[in-house]
Ligand binder design. Structure first.
Ligand SMILES: [Zn+2]
Ligand SMILES: [Zn+2]
Length: 135
């Protein structure tokens, strides 16, 4: 038996294979991705907005490919650079520049080491709620 989940985009039930999207949505993405890739290869100086308009797809879609690191820009695609979500520095792919990425990772590790008192309370509360429901 496969692990059934709801597609993160269309909500349809599908067999989970490591990607939170159903086959149909993956295919759709794949098709759009190929078109975007082709377009920026033949128009290296284009902007994200131009690609979206030329291919009639939402700009968010292109940004998503870039953030996921799926779409990689060549050195010529300087008009399509993303901004780091923390400091705003232009980056070719992903969500953060390398400096911010290592900072965030360090902060995250610190967070993991903190004692989890509020977490335990949350668990107790859930347990009580569960009991009450049963009674
Ligand atoms: Zn779907
Ligand atoms: Zn940054």
């Amino acid at each position: 038996m496969g692990d059934l989940r709801n597609c993160r985009r269309c909500g349809k039930l599908f067999v989970y294979t490591g990607i939170p999207l159903c086959r149909q949505c993956i295919d759709e993405d794949e098709e759009i991705f190929e078109r975007v890739k082709e377009y920026i290869e033949s128009h290296p100086k284009c902007t994200t907005m131009e690609v979206a308009e030329a291919l009639d797809i939402p700009m968010e879609k292109i940004l998503q490919f870039l953030r996921e690191g799926k779409l990689e820009l060549s050195k010529e695609n300087t008009n399509m650079l993303l901004g780091c979500e923390r400091c705003g520095r232009p980056i070719p792919t992903g969500r953060y520049c390398s400096e911010c990425a290592s900072f965030i990772e360090k902060e995250f590790m610190k967070g993991l080491k903190r004692p989890g008192l509020p977490q335990r309370r949350e668990k107790e509360r859930m347990y009580t709620a569960h009991r009450r429901k049963k009674d």
